[in-house]
Design a protein around this ligand. Structure first.
Ligand code: XIL
Length: 333
């Protein structure tokens, strides 16, 4: 009797938890997922694993699928960490946003020093094909190219642009599509949350790609935001500008940082900012989902990257829900 009772209790609790999770809320609002960035280093922490399991429907590898982790030297592939993330997702029924195939950062030296177009084309082809093929059918979105723009809307200098020209972008999408025709392929960037040349550069490039028949399916707007930023109320407008291309959009790396020390006032404003962003996605039909860039303020990338700022996520350093969590809930209610 006891096992049966335990089973019934667990199913009951499980469904109660699932019914009020962020993922359940966003699905009720007609979206595909509410996701989170994680990796084995954070999934190892029981509190994090349980929040990821209970609240989220999608996971993005925070670092484990980047080039420096997956192919640190040529043709020497390492999937130890990304495999852990993928099998967690499979056993916990989460979809996966693959992140990221082509990026100027976290790129090993052996790639950045290539000068021959023939060699770079072959290296890029092998890298993309190997990753996409390994997880074929398991990764529903791939960030194929990441952060290819400068703030003025021109293409960012990188080994890819220098050696291959703009052509590396359509090439990357075509190779990824050949390896997994069912994966939805994204171009992802930051500072698309306000009007200006970078947003327009993205729209123009995507329009060109679509016109050329390149298999690009979505635009990711990272949304690394700052509490109280005056642009946040217009976030919906920028999503609408992105979907004017005819593609879907996703909020891919949401966090809203603040100056530390944390104050009650800043936490209250953060609640409103999170609510505005999530509500914007809710209201724009072709916004398919939201991913937050981590679970707890304890492991966020923010303090290392933006000295003097922190507390950007939905759970505090003790794994307690912040007001920001309520903000998200209220936007989806
Ligand atoms: C960050 C990770 O969160 C950090 O752990 C790592 O040290 C650097 O990269 N834009 C992106 C993400 O596309 O991959 C970055 O992630 C954050 C900015």
């Amino acid at each position: 009797m006891a096992p049966l009772l335990n089973f019934l209790l667990a199913s009951l609790l499980g469904s109660t938890i699932a019914a009020c999770s962020l993922d359940a809320h966003i699905k009720k609002a007609g979206k595909e997922y509410f996701g989170v960035a994680t990796d084995p280093n954070t999934l190892n922490i029981p509190e994090i694993a349980s929040i990821v399991d209970q609240e989220f429907g999608s996971v993005t590898p925070e670092n484990s699928m980047k080039w420096d982790s997956t192919e640190p030297s040529q043709n020497n592939f390492n999937f130890a960490k990304s495999d852990i993330l993928v099998s967690f997702a499979q056993s916990h029924n989460k979809t996966i946003r693959g992140h990221t195939l082509i990026w100027h950062s976290q790129l090993p030296n052996w790639v950045t020093t290539i000068t021959s177009p023939t060699v770079l084309r072959a290296v890029l082809t092998t890298h993309i094909t190997t990753l996409v093929t390994r997880y074929k059918g398991l990764i529903h979105h791939w960030d194929v190219v990441n952060e290819v723009f400068n703030e003025d809307g021109s293409l960012r200098d990188s080994v890819f642009l220098r050696v291959l020209g703009e052509e590396y972008i359509p090439l990357s999408f075509r190779i990824a599509h050949a390896a997994d025709p069912d994966a939805r392929l994204y171009i992802n960037d930051y500072n698309l949350d306000f009007s200006g040349p970078k947003l327009e550069g993205m729209v123009a490039l995507v329009n060109r790609l679509v016109q050329q028949g390149v298999p690009v399916h979505g635009i990711g707007t990272q949304a690394h935001l700052v509490v109280g930023n005056g642009a946040i109320p217009y976030f919906r407008g920028t999503l609408e500008r992105l979907v004017s291309t005819g593609l879907e959009v996703a909020v891919t790396e949401l966090d809203v940082r603040m100056a530390v020390p944390v104050t009650e006032e800043r936490l209250r404003r953060q609640r409103e900012d999170y609510a505005l962003v999530v509500k914007a996605c809710r209201e724009v039909q072709r916004c398919v989902g939201v991913t937050v860039w981590g679970v707890s303020d304890k492991h966020s990338w923010v303090p290392n990257t933006f000295p003097g700022q922190g507390a950007a996520l939905l759970w505090d350093e003790e794994y307690k829900k912040k007001l920001a969590y309520e903000g998200v809930e209220s936007a989806l209610a």
